[in-house]
Structure formats: C-alpha cells, structure tokens
Design a protein around this ligand. Structure first.
Ligand code: UDP
Length: 235
C-alpha cells in the first residue's frame, strides 16, 4: 500500500482496488495557512469518527460522498476521485476571514447563507475567487460551479439541521468536491471541527479549530464533545 499524497491533516494510500484509496487522519493541526502548527493527540481519531458519522448521515439524506467504508481508528476507505481545485465555503453567520474582510461583528446572522469559492492553493493562501475566475483558470466550468453552489446549500441545510439537533450552531464550513470515474461530482475530503465552525447553541462556546487558532485551550475537549453529541443524536 503505497503512500501517494500527504497533506496537512491527512495521508492517502493506494489499496488493492485501483478505484479505492485509504485515507489516514493525522494528529497534526495547522492554522493561518500553516504558519501556526501543533500536534493534538487523538485529533486524527476524532476527525475520522466525526467525518464518518457526517458522511453516513449525508448519504442517508441523498448527498453522495466519496466514502466507501470504515477501516480502523484513523482510516477510511474512499473512492478515488479527482479533487476539484475549488474550495467551497458556506457561511450562516459572520466569522473568521469574513469579519476581517468586512469588519462585521462576529456572530451576525445572515438572512440567506453566503457561498464562496476559493482557489485550493497553499502557495497562494487559498485566495477568494468567483465563477468567472474558475472558468478562465480551467478549474471548474460554469456548470460545475452552479452544481457546487446548489449542492453546498443542500449540504448546509442537512448539516445545520443535524448539528442543531446536537445543540450546535453551524456558523460556517469549507467543503471539497471530487469527480469520480463516471464524471459525477461527490463530496470529498473531510467534515470535522477542523473545517466547520461550531458553537454551542445556548452558550455560544466555540467547539472547533478556533480554539486552536485563538489559543482558547481545551481544543480536543471541544472535538470530543462534538463527537459525543453527534453519536448521541445518531442513537
Ligand atoms: N476553512 C478550512 N480550510 C481553509 C479555509 C477555511 O477548513 O483552508 C474553514 C474554516 O475552518 C471555517 C470556514 O472554512 O469553518 C471559513 O473559513 P474562513 O474563510 O473564515 O477562514 P479562516 O478563518 O480559516 O481564515
């Protein structure tokens, strides 16, 4: 089983099946375009478990993902896909780079969710782009972009409702998509507190990677609590 890719938080390996890869979730954490780095014991295990649970829930709601099956504590089998070089961000309330860009107060709720695209490039710091950029950069066609936006809003509805059931407010999140061997676009990569902002619905306590970004402490305690609530809601 050959390693074929190592990213900031995950590694990919080939398997006996050319259409299937093994995805290993690492304990490494990065923030601010990898300028801030740390290792958190159990992060790989927690993010794998949270992604698995979220993908299973989404498949049941009719959202296709690249999930094939669970392997062990830190590994999933996933369909081999060509990852689109566009990251899709959905925002329900103001936070992070949105606040920096606009000076709007953190937590301000939007009337309608905002969908953003960014160019998946560590070198350039994942810059904000739009559909016209994606077309001219040949990274996603106008048809692909329309589908990504529509699907991201469906995913937002499904995830927001489920997280709310768990007493969590989904503030914003980043997702990635891949094209499978039939050209079908499916949700890929991960859905975890590394990629979603999650606040306790009553107290507003941050339970995601902002605990690391903002040096709030108790980073893994936040992730553990998210997993415990998701498992309880799934029954
Ligand atoms: N995000 C991510 N990876 C990135 C950029 C953003 O997972 O490379 C997630 C981030 O955790 C948050 C949402 O996308 O849930 C919106 O992030 P934002 O644009 O506010 O960026 P940041 O605060 O990371 O600068």
């Amino acid at each position: 089983m050959e390693p074929i890719y190592e990213g900031k938080a995950k590694k990919l390996f080939t398997t006996d099946d050319p259409e299937v890869l093994r995805m290993e979730y690492k304990d490494d954490a990065t923030a601010f375009n990898a300028q801030k780095k740390a290792k958190f014991e159990n992060k790989g295990r927690l993010n794998k478990a949270i992604t698995l649970l979220m993908y299973q829930m989404m498949e049941e709601k009719g959202v296709p993902t690249h999930l094939v099956s669970d392997v062990d504590e830190v590994n999933l089998l996933v369909k081999k896909v060509d990852i689109l070089m566009v990251e899709v961000i959905v925002r329900n309330s103001a936070a992070g780079s949105f606040c920096k860009r606009t000076a709007m107060e953190e937590g301000t709720e939007f009337k309608i969710p905002i969908v953003e695209f960014s160019y998946k490039s560590d070198e350039l710091g994942d810059p904000l782009i739009n559909e016209d950029y994606a077309r001219e950069m040949n990274i996603a066609s106008p048809e692909d972009c329309a589908f990504l936006k529509k699907q991201a809003l469906v995913i937002n509805d499904v995830m927001s409702a489920f997280f709310l059931q768990c007493g969590l407010k989904l503030v914003d999140f980043k997702i990635e998509f891949g094209k499978d061997c039939n050209g079908k676009i499916v949700l890929a990569d991960e859905v975890s507190p590394d990629t979603c902002r999650l606040w306790d619905a009553t107290t507003g306590k941050k339970m995601d990677k902002d605990r690391f970004r903002e040096d709030l402490g108790g980073v893994m305690e936040g992730y553990e609590e998210v997993l415990a609530r998701l498992e309880k809601a799934r029954g």
